[in-house]
Design a binder for this molecule. Structure first.
Ligand SMILES: Cc1ncc(COP(=O)(O)O)c(C=O)c1O
Length: 442
């Protein structure tokens, strides 16, 4: 007799990781068993054993996967001092900070702020939403400062994330088409998702694609909200702001929203950002500025006109339903706004350093996407980005590897984020390490 395989019983184990109900799982298993029977051409009973993971088992499985892929995010206290950061007891040059002008780490500024803090602002809780008890005198003073500097109306938020997600959701009703750059920050994407309008993304900085979408859809909507970042947080390149403003002529129902998170305090005569430098400041309907990056403080505000400001006060949920920042935080924003105006030498220093590092990349023949202080060193591959992180850390630099899914697949990189407080020596050493890394890679 020839070899005969007899299957009396087959046990299949399934692990369902999604949020499925039992009915769904039973049906799926029956279908899978049938497929197996058909495939093996047998008639024996196919028995399925399954269990549904509880929530903690599901979370644990997901964490294990992230750990194995070296993608696990953690929060660990890290001391910072000037341009340095302490990791595991070792001092490294910090290339992961958004303190672009070195304001946040400036000890003299900190001392000056504390010694000049008005008595009514030395309070550490606002005790309510700005619509209730949260708008203290320090709030009003910071508001007056930014409105005077910008000539626009302003509205504060606790974070840039809450500002973007809340404002965009409030503006996106069913009459609105929202068009955002493909590389827009998560807070913009969340706002689009929460709104009721039609939300589309155009290819990064692509005016032809944007025009194509506008020609196809703009006439079907009463309003079009066009959203971009001024300097992009991952590629470090700039949006074609003047061209975007020019679109308003062809599409009268178009309104422009520019996120200056990575450019506020860095550009323009007074530091008001890229829209100011490009002299289109009053043509942009909404300018979102964050205070926790170039300004060296905390929170965010939007610049717009009075009608828009009043509308947002009445519609933005993260503003209405959240406790305002404390008076001391507004006093600090106010203090830093005044320092920002006179921060030209820091702005120039940052430009100079950034230019030197970008030139180094170009001289090495590496792709340079950047036109700013955010400089991605492309490694393309996720694993190579982690190797680059280790390579730079061993040589005294702390720069974060950015991988898919944060950036598109095949575009992994080490994100070099420069600050004006880096010394010439640190910049020279950085360029040398970049050269070594690229030589090793080729
Ligand atoms: C482009 C952009 N917008 C908004 C935010 C959020 O700002 P915040 O850190 O104040 O919440 C970020 C944060 O990194 C950002 O990169």
């Amino acid at each position: 007799m020839k070899d005969v395989l007899i299957y009396e019983q087959i046990t299949l184990h399934f692990v369902f990781t999604g949020a499925h109900n039992k009915q769904f799982i039973k049906k799926k298993i029956e279908a899978l068993c049938q497929t197996v029977k058909n495939f093996l051409q047998i008639n024996y009973v196919c028995q399925a054993v399954y269990f549904i993971m509880n929530l903690y088992e599901k979370m644990s499985l997901s964490l294990t996967k992230l750990r194995n892929d070296r993608m696990l995010r953690t929060i660990a206290g890290k001391a910072q001092n000037g341009a340095e950061i302490e990791i595991d007891g070792r001092k490294l040059v910090n290339l992961s900070s958004n303190d672009y002008l070195g304001f946040a780490q400036d000890k003299e500024l900190q001392a000056e702020f504390l010694s000049s803090l008005p008595e009514d602002a030395a309070r550490f809780s606002s005790s309510g939403s700005p619509l209730l008890t949260g708008a203290h005198p320090a709030y009003a003073r910071a508001l007056a400062t930014i409105e005077e500097l910008s000539g626009r109306r302003a509205l504060f938020f606790n974070t840039g994330f809450g500002a973007n997600s809340g404002i965009i959701a409030a503006l996106c009703d069913g009459d609105t088409l929202v068009l955002a750059d493909k590389l827009s920050h998560a807070s913009i994407i969340d706002g689009m998702g929460a709104g009721r309008g039609k939300a589309l993304r155009f290819a990064h900085n692509s005016l032809p694609h944007l025009r194509q979408l506008l020609n196809r859809y703009a006439a079907d909507f009463k309003y079009v909200l066009l959203i971009t970042e001024a300097v992009f947080s991952m590629d470090g390149d700039k949006a074609p702001l003047r061209e975007l403003v020019a679109l308003k002529k062809d599409y009268p129902n178009l309104y422009l929203y520019v996120d200056e998170a990575h450019s506020f305090a860095l550009y323009g005569e007074k530091g008001l950002g890229l829209c100011s430098l490009e002299q289109i400041f009053s043509d942009v309907d909404f300018i979102l500025c964050t205070c926790g990056k170039g300004l060296g403080s905390q929170g965010a505000f939007v610049l717009c006109n009075e009608t828009a400001r009043d509308y947002l006060i009445n519609t933005v949920r993260p503003l209405i339903f959240s406790t305002a920042m404390p008076p001391c935080a507004f006093a600090h924003i106010d203090f830093m706004l005044r320092k920002m105006v006179n921060g030209e030498s820091r702005r120039q220093r940052l430009q100079k350093i950034s230019g030197a590092v970008r030139s180094c990349l170009e001289e090495c023949g590496a792709d340079n996407l950047s036109d700013s202080q955010i400089i991605p060193l492309l490694t393309f591959d996720n694993e190579r980005a982690v190797q680059a992180f280790d390579f730079f850390r061993e040589r005294g630099f702390y720069a974060m590897p950015i991988r898919h899914p944060t950036v598109p697949r095949g575009k992994a990189r080490l994100r070099l984020s420069l600050t004006a407080s880096l010394s010439d020596q640190q910049v020279c050493h950085l360029c040398e390490v970049i050269r070594q890394f690229l030589r090793k890679a080729s």
